[in-house]
Design a protein around this ligand. Structure first.
Ligand code: ATP
Length: 382
């Protein structure tokens, strides 16, 4: 059987990105040959350290190699200075825009662990969670059109403002993506083996997030456009509701089991997914994929960048204890968007087995294992 060759860009970035992205490469290389996949890799730079060394946070070569040569990519993390640094702006935000990776898909699911002292196991007992946050990735406040105005002549003086841009096109395509994911999840639930644990959801549901009671034009447009997109007859089997973001946060923490697929503008999606990560025990478990059609060959071919939801974690960087699971699950997510569901399922199963046994867990989950020990255990299970 001829193998499919996938060329994957590797962008470790800063901090623990440099510790977890190599694990992503190793799991791809360790996939069984019977899956018929071969991988080539392109090492690419981006991040705050790259900016300090070269003056560019996202070197043009990184974008041109991704666009011209790669089928997908893995992105680690970038440090984000909290006060402005002249000339620096987040390379992942720029990359999402330049490659038009319009959807950021963030599945958040409780972990089943036989180790009762792991933070993941206690989180799962308190609040079972199985949701996907579908975050719009190209606009909202992330258009980064900000300015500071000095008005010594008026009371209050100096102020700053930012543009929040919401378009019909972006809102419609992200809601459509959410509807498709809801249908896909229902299909997987229906085809699950009778022996597998019962899902906490019985029907597909999309919840549209907004704050249109205050932002009637921007969030009003998002809400109305998302409803219109989800009214398409092919989503007839999907229940659709909408919810104001603040009440949603409250319910998310009290009844997370009520959410199946959440669709949100960029900023709310970012905040909700970090909060949801707390419900499953650690940010170190939660993957994401940036998805669009902006890669090699152009056209409609899907391009996906797997990216753990966590940041560069400066507090633990360089200590060899970062949890690699968010990255390994991001590899699986990237593969599933590239049409390789079997390979993705193999990786997820190996990760699930590591967590279920709960013997080799990293410190964020209450264990003592190093990144290397967790990676080796998962590779063995693959
Ligand atoms: P950045 O400025 O790069 O966004 P941050 O300071 O916001 O970084 P995160 O990387 O988002 O921090 O991490 C938040 C907390 O979660 C930190 O205490 C960090 O150590 C922990 N954490 C994040 N990712 C992991 C991981 N993979 N393994 C273990 N702990 C993690």
């Amino acid at each position: 059987m001829a193998s499919r060759v996938l060329r994957i860009g590797l962008i470790p970035g800063d901090g623990i990105g440099r510790e977890v992205i190599p694990a992503g490469r190793r799991i791809l290389e360790a996939l069984p040959a019977s899956l018929g996949l071969k991988f080539e890799f392109a090492d690419l730079d981006a991040g705050f350290d790259t900016f300090k060394a070269t003056g560019a946070a996202l070197p043009p070569r990184t974008v041109s190699v991704l666009r011209g040569e790669c089928d997908g990519a893995l992105f680690g993390a970038v440090s984000s200075p909290t006060s402005p640094v002249k000339g620096y702006s987040s390379p992942i935000v720029a990359l999402r825009k330049q490659l038009d990776l319009y959807a950021n898909i963030r599945p958040v699911k409780s972990v089943r662990s036989r180790n009762p002292s792991s933070s993941a196991a206690s989180a799962a007992t308190a609040n079972p969670v199985d949701m996907v946050i579908v975050r719009e990735n190209t606009e909202d406040l992330y258009v980064k059109e900000e300015r500071t105005v000095d008005r010594p002549d008026v009371e209050g003086g100096r102020y700053a403002e930012a543009i929040k841009r919401i378009s019909e096109r972006a809102s419609s395509r992200i809601a459509t993506m959410a509807g498709e994911i809801a249908l896909q999840r229902q299909k997987i639930r229906e085809s699950a083996a009778p022996s597998s644990p019962a899902s906490i959801h019985s029907r597909p549901l999309v919840t549209i997030t907004h704050k249109s009671n205050v932002l009637s034009q921007t969030d009003g447009l998002f809400r109305a456009t998302a409803h219109a997109a989800l009214a398409d007859p092919r989503f007839a089997g999907v229940a659709v509701e909408d919810q104001i973001v603040d009440s949603m946060v409250y319910k998310l923490f009290r009844q997370p089991q009520d959410y199946d697929v959440i669709v949100a503008p960029n900023l709310y999606g970012d905040i909700l997914s970090d909060g949801a990560a707390a419900l499953v025990g650690s940010l170190g478990l939660v993957p994401s994929a940036n998805v669009g059609t902006g890669g090699k060959d152009g056209g409609d071919k899907v391009f996906a960048i797997g990216e753990p939801c966590h940041g560069s974690a400066p507090d633990i960087a360089g200590r060899g204890i970062a949890n690699p699971i968010a990255t390994l699950r991001s590899v699986a997510l990237m593969l599933s968007f590239l049409g390789e569901a079997d390979a993705a399922a193999r990786i997820d199963a190996a990760v699930d087995a590591n967590l279920a046994e709960g013997e080799l867990l990293s410190p964020d989950l209450g264990g003592k294992a190093t990144t290397e020990e967790v990676v080796q255990d998962i590779l063995r299970r693959l």
